[in-house]
Structures are given as structure tokens and as C-alpha cells.
Design a protein around this ligand. Structure first.
Ligand code: HEM
Length: 430
């Protein structure tokens, strides 16, 4: 178990490729939270995993609620999960035109604050942009003081999640504010207090722009005219959105900007396609930009934010010749399928054109997972990648400081570029 875990955490892709070469797919490894896990990057198996119905799976970690709150869609299973998703699945992009405008403004504001000629970390900049966007999407407009408080509270919560507490349940105990779990609980309490304050303000004064996720959830009613969601359900799921909704998008954006500036041909082709957007600045010019889409898809393919998505089985599941027993975990391995040379020729190379030359199936391109737990923020995240990337390359000239191949390292439960993507702002294009 230990050598597997060490190899996995250092280089998940290499570890899984060597196990797949030795044992075929799916192959089985010990699962840190109990039992074994059948891992597969075969599109046929992945399709089968994603087709499994509501009753087939339960959470891989029964105590997930300890992190996100018991009402979070991340903590629920089976029918309770399906019902919560039905209630909560407002299109996060309720008004795409407004969302795109705020994404563009957030991108310009953040980068305009950089000093020309001084090195900066593009991942940090992307995080500020995506945090701003998700806060405005979830809560509507916040004043500067409120925004600052939310940003500090979310960053403190993120910084408080210890690596070991994720995998060692015994460490999830409150031994005071200096203990790892105690620090986490207090940081989460601060976020709860801010969210509850915002809910009260919206209720009391109708504060808000009218199109925020919070306002929508507060307005939902059941057949008897009673609120559909309790305060606890709204609070836990708002925190889930804030948490799940910014870091992963920032990482994907940072990788897209890294490759765009590492491969000069990619930047040239992108600027060529985006000429209309650069001249007019209207979001409508981004409606038909296949190369921009392909760059974003390729960044998600080469560097999946999560190595795979896992489900614990309630009933046995046949994957090829292997019957995975109930109680074990199955993983649709994003890393393996994204780097399968039979699907993506020369998989280590960043080649956006591959997405122009052919389409990829739902089980071949899975950066957002699939089935009933597919990422509910996928449309928002993809749109944000497109708008922010297009805006930054059209408005600003950047130089990449580290041209070497960057590894991905674990951070706060996802993987990010090891040194954050160091860049220099060389000037403005427009
Ligand atoms: C590039 C950015 C993003 C990537 C790569 C990403 C990826 C993922 C993946 C792989 C999953 C697991 C899916 C599964 O189990 O099949 C997931 C779940 C989730 N994501 Fe995202 N995500 C991104 C952005 C977002 C955003 C912007 C939001 C919120 C607005 C969000 C909210 C969530 C939530 C709430 C879940 C849990 C869904 C459930 O368990 O039912 N994500 N995401």
C-alpha cells in the first residue's frame, strides 16, 4: 500500500500507466479510505461507470460531510444526492452575457494591477480572477469590504485543510484552534458566518442583482409554497460552490496561459482567430472561436485537475472481464484516458488542432467527470477559461519566465503547476 501511495502522489499518471501496462485495465489497487479500487482509463469501462444509476453508488468517504457540511451535494449519496442536485441545478450561468462581462472585467482589473517588467505568478492572478467571478456569480455584487472578507475567509479555509486529515479520519478531531482539524473547523465557521450574514441581508432588504445563485435558491418553493431548501442546505451548497468553483478553474487557466506562451505558434493562431474580439471587445465575437475552444480543451486534457473520479459500489459492476465486488471503489481515470496514445496521438504534446480535426466521445474527454455527479460548474468554468484567456492575450503581452516542462503537484486536493507559472507583463496590446 505505502509504495503504491507514494508513487501515486508523486506521479499519478506514470504510476497508473505502469500498472495498466503490467496488469491491463481495470487494475486493482488498495484504496486509502478502505477496500480496493478498480482503476480504468478504457472508454468502454468509463461509459459503464458513468451510466450506473442512482442506486449503484455511495460516497467513497462516508464522512465527507465533515468537510463540506452534511447538506452539501458532495456529501450526499443516492436519492438524497439526486434530489439535492435537482433542486440546486440552476444553470450557474443564469445570464451568460452578464457573466461574460464580469469575467472580462475581473481579468482586466487583476492584470492591470501588475507592474510592467516585474515577475508575477499567473496562477495567483488567475485565482484572484476566478474567486472574484464565483463570488459575484453566487452572491451578486458585493461591496469591497465584503468581498475582501470573503476572499480572506475562503483563503484561510483552503489553507487550513491538512493533507493528512483528508486521508486519515482519526485526525479529524477538534483539539483546539492550533490543532489541524480545529483550525479547519474555525475557518469553516468564519465562512458560514459570512454566508449566513449575506443570506440575512438578501432576505431583509432584497439586496442583490436578481440573478445570483443565492437569490435563486432562496426563491425556490415547494408545492405547498414553503421554502424548498433549508438554510443549512443553502449554506452548505453555497460553500461547496465557492470552494469547488474557483481553484480548479484558476489552475486550468494557468495551464492554458502557460502553453499559449510556451508554444509561439499557439499564441499566433489564437491572436489571428481573436482579431475581431481584440478590435471590438464585444463578447459576441467569441461565439464562433473553435481554436480558442480547442486551446482550452487541450489544457484540460494535458493537465486534468483531478486524476480521476471515484465511486464506491453498492452492487457488483462488470468492467470488461473483471467483476468489481460491491463495497469496492471504481475509478474512471481521467489521467489514463487523456493520455491514451490510441485516442490522442503523441499525448504529451500540446496540440489544440487535434480538437479541430476530430470529435471526442463523452467517455474519451472527461475533465469534468460524468454521469450523475458530473461537474455542475462545467459550463461556467469553460466559459470563464475562454473569456479570460481571450481577454488576457488580446489586451496584454506576457513573457513566460520558465520555459522548462512544469510538473503538476498536489495542492488543496487538486493538482496545480509546480511553480505557479511565472510570467512578466511586457506591456499592452490595446
Ligand atoms: C476547470 C474547472 C473545473 C474542473 C476541471 C472541475 C472538475 C470537476 C470534477 C472532475 C468533478 C467530479 C465529477 C464526477 O464525480 O463525475 C467535479 C465536481 C464538482 N464540481 Fe467541478 N470542476 C471545475 C469547476 C467547477 C466550478 C466553476 C464549480 C461551481 C460553480 C464546480 C462545482 C463542482 C461541484 C459542486 C461538484 C460536485 C458535484 C456532485 O458531487 O454532484 N466545479 N468538478
Amino acid at each position: 500500500m505505502i509504495p503504491h501511495l507514494l508513487g501515486y502522489f508523486r506521479q499519478p499518471l506514470r504510476c497508473y500507466q505502469s500498472l495498466a501496462a503490467r496488469h491491463g485495465q481495470p487494475f486493482s489497487v488498495p484504496f486509502p479510505l478502505g477496500g480496493r479500487m478498480a482503476v480504468t482509463g478504457c472508454p468502454l469501462h468509463i461509459g459503464r461507470i458513468f451510466k450506473g444509476g442512482t442506486g449503484l453508488y455511495r460516497s467513497v468517504d462516508a464522512s465527507a460531510g465533515m468537510f463540506y457540511g452534511d447538506n452539501s451535494m458532495l456529501s450526499l449519496d443516492g436519492e438524497a444526492h439526486a434530489a439535492m442536485r435537482r433542486a440546486l441545478m440552476v444553470p450557474v450561468l443564469r445570464n451568460p452575457a452578464i457573466a461574460a462581462r464580469l469575467m472580462r472585467e475581473a481579468a482586466v482589473r487583476e492584470v492591470s494591477g501588475q507592474k510592467a517588467g516585474a515577475p508575477f505568478d499567473m496562477l495567483d492572478t488567475a485565482r484572484s480572477i476566478t474567486l472574484d467571478v464565483i463570488l459575484q456569480t453566487v452572491f451578486g455584487v458585493l461591496d469591497d469590504a465584503e468581498r475582501k472578507e470573503f476572499v480572506q475567509a475562503i483563503q484561510a479555509l483552503q489553507g487550513s485543510i491538512g493533507f493528512f486529515a483528508v486521508f486519515v479520519k482519526g485526525l479529524r478531531r477538534d483539539w483546539g484552534p492550533w490543532s489541524p482539524w480545529g483550525r479547519f473547523l474555525r475557518a469553516r465557521g468564519r465562512c458560514y458566518a459570512l454566508i449566513e450574514g449575506r443570506m440575512a441581508a438578501v432576505r431583509a432588504g432584497g439586496e442583490g442583482r436578481g440573478d445570483s445563485v443565492l437569490e435563486h435558491w432562496l426563491s425556490l418553493r415547494d408545492e405547498a409554497g414553503q421554502p424548498l431548501l433549508s438554510d443549512g442546505q443553502i449554506r452548505d451548497n453555497l460553500l461547496t460552490m465557492l470552494f469547488a468553483g474557483h481553484d480548479s478553474t484558476a489552475v486550468a487557466l494557468a495551464w492554458a496561459l502557460y502553453w499559449t506562451h510556451r508554444e509561439p505558434g499557439v499564441l499566433i493562431a489564437l491572436l489571428d482567430e481573436l482579431e475581431g474580439y481584440a478590435q471590438r471587445g464585444d463578447i459576441g465575437s467569441l461565439d464562433d472561436t473553435p481554436y480558442l475552444d480547442a486551446v482550452c480543451r487541450e489544457a484540460l486534457r494535458v493537465h486534468p485537475v483531478a486524476p480521476g473520479v471515484a465511486r464506491r459500489l453498492e452492487a457488483p459492476l462488470q468492467l470488461g472481464e473483471y467483476l468489481v465486488p460491491a463495497g469496492d471503489v471504481v475509478m474512471a481515470c481521467i489521467d489514463l484516458v487523456s493520455h491514451d496514445p490510441a485516442i490522442y496521438a503523441d499525448p504529451q504534446r500540446f496540440m489544440p488542432e487535434r480538437f479541430l480535426e476530430r470529435g471526442y466521445g463523452h467517455s474519451e474527454f472527461i475533465p469534468f467527470g460524468g454521469g450523475e455527479r458530473r461537474c455542475p460548474g462545467a459550463a461556467l468554468a469553460f466559459m470563464e477559461m475562454r473569456v479570460v484567456l481571450a481577454t488576457l492575450v488580446c489586451r496584454f503581452r506576457f513573457r513566460l519566465l520558465e520555459r522548462r516542462a512544469l510538473d503538476a503537484v498536489w495542492s488543496h486536493g487538486i493538482r496545480r503547476p509546480e511553480s505557479g507559472v511565472r510570467m512578466v507583463l511586457e506591456g499592452r496590446r490595446i
